[in-house]
Design a binder for this molecule. Structure first.
Ligand SMILES: [Zn+2]
Length: 93
């Protein structure tokens, strides 16, 4: 296995801040309030070596593992990629 380059602590914090420390999964906010979840950085294009800011988005650990499992099952991958890309675009305009 190839060794992955880690996302720096500074970059993680920048991504979390940009996303207002909220999971960007659709309608996740309410769930986060009910249960304390850990925030993680997700690679939008599922390429874990593409560490550019516009390929990274904040997800809670629950949704991060959920969509990773979807990806392993090879279902809905494109749906998630488009969903998060659209979300990032909206925030910038
Ligand atoms: Zn979530």
């Amino acid at each position: 296995m190839k060794k992955r380059k880690q996302i720096s602590k500074e970059q993680r914090e920048r991504i979390f801040k940009r996303d207002k420390n909220h999971c960007q999964f659709p309608r996740c906010n309410l769930m986060v309030r009910k249960k304390a979840r850990r925030l993680e950085v997700h690679h939008i294009d599922f390429n874990s070596s593409n560490h550019s800011d516009n390929n990274l988005i904040t997800l809670c650990n629950f949704h991060n593992s959920k969509i990773s499992n979807d990806f392993l099952a090879k279902i809905r991958k494109e749906e998630w990629v488009n969903c998060f890309k659209t979300k990032l675009k909206k925030e910038r305009t």
